[in-house]
Design a protein around this ligand. Structure first.
Ligand code: KIV
Length: 258
């Protein structure tokens, strides 16, 4: 039995922390699923981490669908959530329905994630959830709005904090099953977590969320640069570079193959 959106809500009630990570391919998806990660997010960070774009904005729906299908083939247990890329849902609820429908039909993922709060996005979430499409919200630092917000911490003034709280409540009322809180003060994340009945999944939002998400390339130490709140649990850039150098040397010195 794979993880369900209802289980996530129960886990919040039981105060059992939720673990989420990104994956963009079969091999990593399989490994993090076997390691017991609850939510596997095919994030639009794919654009930068794997495809080499500068921001998430150029990513297309077809590109993320391709990667989500590979992830689906690697996952048996975790709940797979796929990001809707920039301008594949903001134009209208109809456009969002079309894009989210393609995600669920073509990849076999169980849910979509979209950025932004209210009023427009809450109305879109309401339509998607009415059609049986589970939606995860995402507020605070929303990378698809980089040209408006930058990559700065959000919600630092009372007015900005109130807006993020209102957005989170609106998303919950619209039927979202969970909300990512990105790069906001820890006390604001704690307040939102307390107010909501659905789980909050934090990234750069302190320890008081119901769960945490990291970009897997940051966790593995594969990213060229990573945000200040990310933690690397390994240094794969170094490990891979060393392995490639060792191999190259052995080939050049006729030591491999033996
Ligand atoms: O695209 C992504 O990786 C994300 C996480 C940062 C939550 O949205």
């Amino acid at each position: 039995m794979s993880v369900t959106t209802h289980q996530l809500i129960q886990w919040k009630q039981q105060q059992r922390p939720i673990v989420a990570l990104t994956a963009y391919d079969y091999a990593i998806a399989q490994l993090i699923d076997l390691a017991g990660v609850d939510i596997i997010l095919v994030g639009d960070s794919l654009a930068m981490t794997v495809l080499g774009y500068e921001t998430t904005l150029p990513l297309t729906l077809d590109e993320i669908l391709h990667h989500a299908k590979a992830v689906r083939r690697g996952v048996k247990q975790g709940l797979i959530v796929v990001d809707l890329p920039f301008l594949t849902y903001q134009e209208s609820p109809q456009q969002a329905m079309h894009s989210a429908g393609r995600v669920l039909k073509e990849t076999g993922a169980q849910a979509v994630k979209l950025e932004g709060g209210y009023p427009a996005m809450a109305a879109t979430v309401s339509q998607l959830t009415s059609a049986g499409i589970p939606v995860m919200g995402h507020v605070g630092l929303t990378p698809q709005s980089v040209h408006q917000l930058g990559y700065k911490k959000q919600g630092k003034t009372a007015q900005a904090a109130d807006r993020i709280i209102a957005e989170s409540i609106a998303l919950q009322e619209a039927g979202a099953f969970a909300i990512v809180l990105e790069h906001i003060p820890a006390d604001l994340a704690a307040q939102i977590t307390q107010k909501l009945t659905i789980p909050t999944i934090g990234i750069g939002a302190g320890p008081h969320c119901d769960g945490q998400v990291l970009v897997t390339s940051d966790l593995l130490g594969l990213s060229e640069k990573q945000p200040p709140f990310a933690k690397a649990y390994a240094n794969l850039r170094e490990t891979i570079t060393q392995a490639v150098k060792d191999y190259s040397l052995e080939v050049r010195e006729s030591k491999f193959p033996e």
